[in-house]
Design a binder for this molecule. Structure first.
Ligand code: 5GP
Length: 220
């Protein structure tokens, strides 16, 4: 049973899906996304976005984002190489299309850390194979505290992100699941619960028909 739920090398074949996490900056979405993607038990591929934003000191090019200039971004967009893209806090972000096609084509799942604008675009293109999760902070005071503690953005940027947080939070009702992140371990367990349930969805488990047929032809 474990293998069916957790692994991608399952005995019962199924279609892969895209798990999207969105939240205002500082609500813990990036930590959660990276933690679940880093755990081999889940066999999730992480989508690495391209962005025109300045790299933060702790970020590695090609690992956290692929950092590109505006001209390169526009070229990717013009060539239809982005599955979705959006302007967030004055910078451009986008999801390269090809890695996604490769992962889904192989029946595996992929995790995205993108905003609500990108979520809408992906949902309109891949309706049944998209699962969306919104992460809420326990309070706005805690959100400010986390952004200040992170100390990777200038005070100006932090204020801009907090103002935007109020707008972003209002998108919560467009998502399939909502997690309030007041404890990272609890939030992580909730995310694992979503993965387990979504992997059991009948509609995506294309191998069930033949599995059940073989069950029923088993000799007594
Ligand atoms: P940050 O600059 O803090 O890394 O990200 C800012 C916002 O951009 C976050 O809400 C993040 O989820 C979103 N974001 C990151 N990559 C993408 C992307 O490829 N597409 C879209 N639409 N949003 C993204």
């Amino acid at each position: 049973m474990q293998a069916v739920v957790q692994g991608n090398a399952t005995t019962i074949g199924r279609r892969g899906f895209i798990l999207i996490l969105s939240s205002p900056s500082g609500a813990g979405k990036t930590t959660l996304t990276r933690a679940v993607a880093a755990d081999p038990k889940w066999g999730l591929d992480l989508s690495i976005s391209v962005t025109t934003r300045q790299r933060r000191p702790s970020e590695i090019d090609g690992k956290h984002y692929t950092f590109i200039d505006r001209e390169a971004f526009d070229a990717l967009r013009a060539a239809d190489n982005l599955l979705e893209w959006a302007e967030v806090h004055g910078n451009f972000y986008g999801t390269p299309r090809r890695p996604v096609e490769k992962v889904l084509g192989a029946g595996r799942d992929m995790i995205f850390d993108i905003d609500y604008q990108g979520t809408r675009q992906v949902r309109s293109k891949l309706t049944d194979d998209v699962v969306t999760v919104f992460i809420l902070p326990p309070s706005l005071a805690e959100l400010r505290h986390r952004l200040e503690r992170r100390a990777e953005d200038s005070p100006d940027t932090i204020e801009k992100r907090l103002a935007n947080a109020r707008l972003e939070i209002q998108r919560w009702s467009e998502y399939d699941y909502v997690i309030v992140n007041d404890d990272l371990d609890d939030a992580f367990r909730s995310l694992e619960g979503i993965l387990i349930a979504e992997r059991l969805k009948r509609a995506r488990r294309t191998g069930l028909t033949s599995f059940v047929e073989s069950l029923l032809t088993e000799p007594d």
